[in-house]
Write a protein that binds this ligand. Structure first.
Ligand code: KIV
Ligand code: ZN
Length: 496
């Protein structure tokens, strides 16, 4: 089976993402993770950029990682000398070759550019260091000129040539054709580097591999200049799962690698990002969720599973969920629910859905456990009908509670150190001194400011009996009140 090498440039082109600048310790963390992931080459940076960048590349080159370490340099002696001093295994040199770039950047005769490229390949090789050569803007360069410059560096014993689609203008058929021609023209291994200006970086990289490319440059989460580079996870999983072409990537680390890079660069991936996005293996309600619960291959590719990439599958129960579906999900997870409880769970899910909250399977299980923990309507001593709280930095938090206790309507109020405290004190005051809150614990089930809060409240009566109950809501006050009411009702029932 054919193996394609993965060249990761998250720490170089990825760091060129507008707004991203990685301190040395972050670069080291990412380099170690890339090595754990199994990339073949890490482009650790562009040593001539700054002193810090030089040090980062040098530290990474001396970490003793399995991956080869590469440093970028212009075809300028000072850049190359600095790169060599970092102890990298390979120096990656690049020179513009398209007319537009030559005219406005390097401003040299195109024959002279070939001579410069050859001279610096020779120079790097004289240090016993490997060399990669990139003809920058290759896809906007005349193919005949490209072939000449690549042939010249091949004759100078370059180790690998790179064909960059620098401004992301190629398309899969065009790029396939270009790489095929270059492969037929050269013996040296061919690497490709695709930008995502038209969203084709992954497709173009894939086309290049089909045309015979030996190595692909990628970044974690597809970050990089402008619209970024080809995404590592997508390229790798297309090769592995669809095409049966191997890489050395340990795919089960893809998700954690993406998360680390998200955290350290501050660039968050949209939830619908393939492979590593939060929704990549999430199923909304209805036919899909039902099918996936029976056999995940019904509405997933099957050749791609969350386990393969270290992700997880989630069933998301939205506002379109049906009673039957909720019942089925819960029963499949081992819950047994009667119709009254199912209605309560269903109402809560709809309420959250109407507020725009997506309810994951985990949220659903929390809601179910709270509802299952509630007494039936006719067994409840206390029902809270309305809670009103006012709070702010200039007023004392105050809560007013309307409730029915032992069949009688009551209204009560209390102040507290915050809205939760005030509300709990108001509810507890309905029972005079007979109930004391002895413990309170708050958890968030899912992330975000609209997460479901899960609250545990423990109450104690005069004879020392204690009971703990739960409440769950997006509103911390309501979750707390619910937990307290549940605990009080149980305690009252036990007393009876
Ligand atoms: O996009 C590009 O052409 C590059 C080169 C340095 C390879 O990043
Ligand atoms: Zn680039």
């Amino acid at each position: 089976m054919r193996t394609v090498r993965i060249f990761d440039t998250t720490l170089r082109d990825g760091e060129q993402t507008p707004g991203v600048s990685l301190p040395v310790n972050y670069k080291i963390q990412i380099a170690k993770q890339l090595d754990k992931l199994g990339v073949d080459i890490i482009e650790a940076g562009f040593p001539a950029t700054s002193k810090g960048e030089f040090e980062a590349v040098k530290e990474i080159a001396n970490l003793g990682l399995n991956a080869e370490i590469c440093g970028l340099a212009r075809v300028v002696k000072e850049d190359i000398d600095l790169a060599i001093k970092t102890d990298v295994d390979m120096v990656h040199i690049f020179v513009p070759t398209s007319r537009i770039q030559v005219e406005h950047t390097i401003m040299k005769d195109r024959e002279e550019i070939i001579n410069i490229a050859v001279k610096f390949v020779d120079y790097i090789k004289s240090y016993g260091v490997k060399c990669m050569f990139s003809a920058m803007d290759a896809t906007r360069t005349e193919v005949e000129y490209l072939k000449r410059i690549y042939k010249a560096v091949e004759e100078a014993k370059v180790d690998i040539i790179n064909v960059p689609d620098t401004v992301g203008v190629s398309t899969p058929f065009k790029f396939y054709d270009l790489i095929k021609q270059i492969k037929e023209h050269l013996k040296v291994p061919v690497d490709v580097h695709c930008h995502n200006d038209f969203g084709l970086a992954v497709a173009n990289s894939f086309a290049a591999v089909l045309a015979g490319a030996d190595e692909v440059q990628v970044t974690v989460n597809g970050i990089g200049e402008r619209a970024g580079n080809a995404d590592l996870s997508q390229v790798v999983m297309i090769l592995h799962a669809i095409e049966g072409i191997k890489t050395n990537i340990k795919t089960e680390h893809l998700y954690e690698t993406s998360k680390l890079v998200e955290r350290l660069t501050g660039i968050k991936m949209p939830p619908n990002t393939p492979i590593i996005g939060e929704n990549a293996f999430s199923h909304e309600s209805g036919i899909h969720a039902h099918g996936v619960i029976r056999d995940s291959r019904t509405f997933e590719p099957g050749i791609l599973t969350p386990e393969m990439v270290g992700h997880r599958r989630r069933i998301v129960v939205g506002k379109h969920a049906g009673r039957h579906q909720i019942k089925k999900i819960l029963e499949d997870a081992g819950y047994s629910i009667d119709d009254e409880k199912l209605n309560r769970i269903f109402e809560k899910v709809k309420e959250l859905g109407d507020k725009g909250k997506k309810v994951t399977d985990l949220d659903l299980f929390t809601i179910a456990e709270v509802v299952l923990g509630e007494l039936k309507k006719d067994e409840r001593v206390l029902t809270v009908e309305e809670v009103t709280v006012i709070t702010g930095n200039r007023i004392t938090p105050t809560a007013v509670v309307n409730a029915i206790i032992n069949g009688e309507k009551k209204i009560t109020s209390a102040i507290g150190v915050g809205p939760v405290d005030a509300s709990l004190k108001a509810v507890a005051s309905l029972l005079g001194k007979s109930i004391k809150i002895v413990d309170f614990k708050l958890d968030a089930v899912s992330g975000g400011s609209d997460a479901i809060a899960e609250v545990y409240v423990t109450v104690e009566d005069e004879s020392g009996r204690v009971f703990t109950a739960r409440g769950a809501s997006q509103d911390i006050v309501m979750a707390s009140v619910e937990a307290l009411v549940n605990a009080i009702n149980y305690l009252m029932m036990i007393r009876k």
